[in-house]
Design a protein around this ligand. Sequence first.
Ligand SMILES: NC(=O)c1ccc[n+]([C@@H]2O[C@H](COP(=O)([O-])OP(=O)(O)OC[C@H]3O[C@@H](n4cnc5c(N)ncnc54)[C@H](OP(=O)(O)O)[C@@H]3O)[C@@H](O)[C@H]2O)c1
Length: 217
Amino acid sequence: MSHVFVIGSTGGVGSRLIPKLIEAGHTVTGLHRKPEQAESLHAMGSQAHLGDIIDMSVEDLAAATKGCDLIVFSAGAAGSGPDRTTAIDGGGVIKMIDAAKANSITRVYLVSAFPDARRDAERKEGFEHYIRTKRMADNALAATDLDWVILRPATLVTEEGSGKVNAGLAIPYGTVARGNVAAFLAELIERPEIRREIIELTDGEVPVKEAVAGLVR
Ligand SMILES: NC(=O)c1ccc[n+]([C@@H]2O[C@H](COP(=O)([O-])OP(=O)(O)OC[C@H]3O[C@@H](n4cnc5c(N)ncnc54)[C@H](OP(=O)(O)O)[C@@H]3O)[C@@H](O)[C@H]2O)c1
């Protein structure tokens, strides 16, 4: 069993992922930025580490993740402005990479974005910046020798999901329930042999466990 550090632990995906990890027998520590969020993390059986990824140094994050076996990054600025997007979705990932290296943590799971997102909609600079930032974070992680997995969910919807997905290296764009993303991440974590892969994800017809198993080379 692993000790999993979740960045974005209180988000739509993160808060659905943590109970699944705990149910699978893992120990979890969730990074949270508001003191009152510790209570809900503890109620799920998770440990809680207070910190804001914008303010934290690499050393702070390395101290927070010391002793962990793997890191999940599912934080995001969520449309709160380009500077925060740069600092969280971009800079936060760089800090995570450096903290993982400092602690010899090799397994890192990054929730990124689907490359086709809003390609047929009117271009808005804030969203274009978000897509570029996510892409640069993917570039940085993929250039490391860590055992990373980059997950690119399609447009997220706030539902638990049917437990059925479509996952692959290049699949048609769609939507995906946050619960399905969490379930897929939890199952990926059970399959360490899936590493150094970029995976696209939508809701679909294949049960999560089977979809993940289908990605083993
Ligand atoms: N929206 C979409 O359609 C879409 C599509 C594909 C991929 N994604 C990506 O999927 C991931 C998960 O999405 P989601 O819906 O679960 O996001 P969410 O509900 O907006 O949650 C974001 C998480 O990041 C945390 N966070 C924000 N700023 C932080 C900071 N400065 N320091 C530490 N933590 C911070 C939030 O904490 P608080 O609870 O304190 O705010 C929350 O836990 C994100 O990376 C997002 O970019 C989104």
